[in-house]
Design a protein around this ligand. Structure first.
Ligand code: UDP
Ligand code: MG
Length: 330
C-alpha cells in the first residue's frame, strides 16, 4: 500500500498513551531515558495525554521543557487508549515504533529485547507477559480465553494480545487504521498486509500507583471487536460472499418449504393456512432476500471505502525488473 507519509528519519519512536498517571510519568520518563540513551539509536518519545484531569499534562510539560526527545500531544478530552496510539502513530518518525503503558506495569528495560527480535526481520514483535501481575479472576482468566479466541478466529497466534509493550515496523503503524478499541488487534489487522509476527517474553509488575482504567466489561467489548476484525480480515473486500451465501441458504430453505406446502395444497388438497411451516417459509424467504440485498449494499459501501481513500486491495512488498529494485514499500 503506498503510504502518503514520507520516510522515517529516526531509528526509534516510543509511543505512550497516558490517562491520569500523574504519579508515574516522571519515573517512566527517567527509566525510558536510562534505557534509550545507552542504545546508540536516534529516538523520540511521544507522550499522548489522553485528556488527563489530575495534572499529568503539567508534569509532562515540565519534562518536555528539559528534554528535546520528548514530544507531548494533549487531547482535548479523554478519547481512549486506541486514539492515543493512533495519534502517536500519526506523528511517529522512527523506523521502529515501540508502544508501552505509562503505569510502569511494563518494564522499559525490555525494549532492547523487542528490538533484537525486530532485527531478525520481523514486522511486529509482541511482548508476552509470562508472569502477569494482575488479579486472576477479573483479568487473567478472561484474558486467557480472549487470547485463545482471538488467535483462533484471526489465525494470528499470540499468547498475549493485551500486552501494550510491542514493537512495530514504521510501515505497519502508518498503514493500520484504528477505530474504537481496536489497538489490541493490530497484529491481527496487520496480518492483512502479510507481516511477520513474533513474540518475546517480557516482565510485568503490579500497578504500584494510580488506578487501572478498565474493568471486567472490557471482555465483552473485546469479543464484539473480534467480530469486526474477523469481518474486516475475511470479507471486507467481498461482503456479497458472506451475506449472499447466508441469504441464498435462507432463501433456498424457504423456497423448498413453500414448494412442499404448495404441493400439499394443490395435490393433496389439504388446507395449509394454519400450518406453522407456512410462517417459517415466509420468514426464510424474506430474510434471504434481505441478506442478499445487504450483500449488494455492502459491495457498494466497499467500493466507496476503497475508492474515496485510494485504498488498494493489495499490498506490494517490492517490485523488481531486470534484477533491479524499482520500488520497495516495507
Ligand atoms: N489509558 C489511556 N486512555 C484511557 C485509558 C487508559 O491513555 O482512556 C492508558 C493508561 O494511562 C495506561 C494504559 O493506557 O498507560 C493502560 O491502562 P491501564 O493500566 O489502566 O490498563 P490495564 O493495565 O489495567 O489493563
Ligand atoms: Mg496497567
Amino acid at each position: 500500500m503506498a503510504s502518503s507519509q514520507s520516510a522515517p528519519n529516526l531509528d526509534l519512536s516510543v509511543v505512550i498513551p497516558i490517562y491520569n498517571e500523574v504519579e508515574n510519568v516522571a519515573e517512566l520518563h527517567a527509566r525510558l531515558h536510562a534505557v534509550l540513551d545507552d542504545l546508540g539509536h536516534s529516538f523520540e518519545i511521544i507522550a499522548v495525554d489522553d485528556g488527563s484531569t489530575d495534572g499529568t499534562f503539567a508534569v509532562l510539560k515540565e519534562l518536555a521543557a528539559e528534554d528535546p526527545h520528548l514530544k507531548v500531544v494533549r487531547f482535548r478530552r479523554n478519547f481512549g487508549q486506541t486514539a492515543g496510539f493512533a495519534a502517536g502513530f500519526d506523528l511517529a518518525r522512527g523506523k521502529t515504533v515501540i508502544t508501552i503503558d505509562a503505569d510502569l506495569q511494563n518494564d522499559p528495560a525490555d525494549i532492547p529485547l523487542l528490538l533484537d527480535k525486530m532485527a531478525e526481520g520481523y514486522d511486529v514483535v509482541s511482548g508476552w507477559r509470562l508472569h502477569r501481575q494482575d488479579p486472576l479472576i477479573s483479568r487473567k482468566v478472561p484474558s486467557m480465553i480472549a487470547n485463545r479466541l482471538i488467535s483462533w478466529v484471526t489465525g494470528v497466534y499470540l499468547h498475549d494480545y493485551g500486552c501494550s509493550l510491542k514493537a512495530y515496523d514504521w510501515y505497519v503503524v502508518k498503514n493500520v487504521h484504528l477505530y474504537g478499541e481496536l489497538h489490541r488487534f493490530i497484529p491481527a489487522l496487520a496480518s492483512w498486509m502479510g507481516v511477520r509476527v513474533a513474540e518475546v517474553p517480557v516482565r510485568h509488575y503490579p500497578r504500584q500507583r494510580g488506578q487501572s482504567k478498565y474493568g471486567i466489561s472490557r471482555t465483552i467489548r473485546v469479543i464484539l471487536d473480534l467480530l469486526t476484525v474477523r469481518f474486516l480480515l475475511s470479507y471486507s473486500a467481498r461482503p456479497m460472499q458472506l451475506f449472499g451465501s447466508l441469504g441464498l441458504a435462507a432463501f433456498a430453505c424457504g423456497f423448498a418449504i413453500a414448494a412442499y406446502l404448495t404441493m400439499v395444497k394443490l395435490v393433496l388438497k389439504q388446507s395449509i393456512g394454519a400450518r406453522p411451516l407456512l410462517l417459517l417459509a415466509i420468514l426464510l424467504i424474506m430474510v434471504g432476500i434481505q441478506l442478499l440485498t445487504m450483500g449488494l449494499l455492502g459491495e457498494l459501501v466497499v467500493r466507496t471505502y476503497h475508492e474515496t481513500q485510494n485504498k488498494p486491495i493489495y499490498v506490494v512488498r517490492e517490485i523488481i525488473q531486470g534484477g533491479e529494485q524499482l520500488r520497495k514499500e516495507g
